[in-house]
Ligand binder design. Sequence first.
Ligand SMILES: [Zn+2]
Length: 239
Amino acid sequence: MFLKRDSQGKLVRRLQERLNQLGYESGEVDGFFGPKTERAVLRFQQDKKIDADGIVGNQTWQALFAEAMPETVTSLDAPPSEALCLDIFGDFRLAGWAEQNLVRCDLSEWKDALSQVYYKTATETIKIFEHADWFGFRAHRFVVPKLRLAFKNLTERGLSNDLKTFDGCFNPRLKRGGSTWSVHSWAVAIDVNAAWNAFGQRDFEMSEEFAACFEDVGFIWGGRWSKPDAMHFQYCLDR
Ligand SMILES: [Zn+2]
């Protein structure tokens, strides 16, 4: 685990706070590792006779905090708990977060099987995966490989026609009726076939086979919750 130019999140905040405290001016504590933070790290490293590379690994962290650097991840083998989402997926409220973290979940490989998928607004029906030069949607870069596997499962298992609507992925908002962030805020959840699987609906239409395409690659399905949200698949453990 390293913190370096363009890193962001809680650990960067702690780093900036500490540098400022020690008199290494790293600018506003904004959780974003920009040029000013990098210069502060370099000066600190030079003073401490650490290899001055502007990158905060365990040695530099130790010198700053007199403790080991907290374990965090740079890619994901399993869905994290909700408490870790800010650290792992970054702070979606920061300027530049979307540009750095939202990438194309390209589905062109399965375009024929998925060409029917649409999204209905109040005034129009659009083919939501179709863009001028690509086919798919945007999601968090850590989760895109998992999402692609899930869509691959759908097509290989002959279930792609069961996917009728794609109702969104990235949507920074609070949970329904709650004060914590929806995992859609990090673009690590998707909603599909919403019209037939409304929030709270017990006799939803989503099949076990369909859900398994996502669950088999680590997604948590809202259809299993006591108050079902059967349209919803997320790469985060907690409800
Ligand atoms: Zn959802």
